[in-house]
Design a protein around this ligand. Structure first.
Ligand code: FE2
Length: 300
């Protein structure tokens, strides 16, 4: 597991990069706090309990502000499957849930658990752990100066995105399919292919509901700015080959989203792709090590 790295900032209003200063980069107290919360991840073994975090009132206030905003935005822009799942997830409005609190509910619903991440997690570990019902999640909170601004995945992203998914047996099955494929292969290019498909589905996927794009991807569900601008993206039909041919930049809002007609289509399409993967698969899909654009680290 590598050290903490920050993504280029993305503001809630869509402004990107250098025009927006990351609110934490110039705040040594924030960086120390963030580093202290993330530090135990360096020696964390998958499946070990995450250490509890004594969140400050400032962090709790940030949670409450974002909870209120996302709860409303999701109601308008998330797909029905997500809205049903979030009822089961029972995300608290008044406090940041500890990993143990999240997991106690997820275990009962789908058998999943959060396992500790401090930032970047390499593909084999991150994706492969899903086969065993573990999702790598961080515990630190975004900077309080801009509560609706997310420069990187934080505990709000993980709970409001992946935590909701993993309260749903149907979504949990997709995570497991991805994990099982990742466990079967060692080739880095193939693992990156899985990661790229994960990106365009479980992070940035949308569903068509009555002609309207509705979000199911965790990154969309946890971004107050991005979930409200789905119509501004170029929305293409679900296609693994198209996903693998689409370069993306983790540093900003996604200009291209892939839309499915229903959750079963996602499961069937991903399942068909994943089950055929082996360590020789990359050339068959025309993949090279530099097929996807990267500008920094991604916790995923
Ligand atoms: Fe994520």
């Amino acid at each position: 597991m590598s050290d903490i790295q920050l993504r280029t900032p993305v503001a809630a209003d869509g402004r990107l990069g250098a025009s927006v200063e990351h609110p934490g980069l110039s705040d040594p107290r924030y960086l120390r706090r963030r580093g202290a919360i993330a530090a135990p991840a360096r020696s964390h073994r998958v499946g070990d309990p995450s250490p509890p975090v004594d969140y400050s009132e400032t962090e709790e206030q940030t949670w409450r502000i974002v909870h209120q905003a996302l709860w409303t935005a999701q109601r308008e822009h998330a797909c029905r499957g997500v809205l049903d799942a979030r009822e089961q997830a029972a995300i608290p409005a008044d406090h940041i849930p500890q990993h143990a609190e999240v997991a106690s509910r997820l275990r009962r619903l789908t058998g999943f658990d959060f396992t500790l991440a401090g930032g970047v997690v390499e593909n084999k570990r991150f994706l492969g752990s899903m086969a065993e019902g573990y999702f790598h999640a961080v515990q630190f909170v975004r900077h309080s100066a801009m509560p609706l601004f997310t420069p990187e995945p934080d505990v709000i992203h993980d709970v409001f995105g992946h935590g909701i998914h993993l309260a749903s047996p149907a979504f949990a099955d997709i995570y497991r399919l991805i994990g099982q494929a990742a466990m079967r292969v060692e080739d880095e290019d193939v693992l990156q292919m899985i990661s790229d498909v994960y990106w365009f589905t479980l992070e940035y996927g949308v569903l068509d509901e009555g002609g309207e794009p509705k979000a199911y991807g965790a990154a969309l569900l946890s971004s107050y700015g991005e979930i409200r601008r789905l119509r501004r993206s170029r929305i293409r039909p679900l296609s693994i080959r198209a996903m693998l041919a689409t370069k993306y930049d983790i540093c900003g809002y996604q200009p291209v989203l892939f839309s499915a007609r229903c959750l079963d289509e996602i499961t069937d399409t991903l399942g068909g792709f994943l089950e055929q993967l082996d360590d020789e698969s990359a050339p068959r899909f025309g993949r090279t090590p530099s097929a996807s654009a990267r500008c920094g680290a991604e916790e995923q």
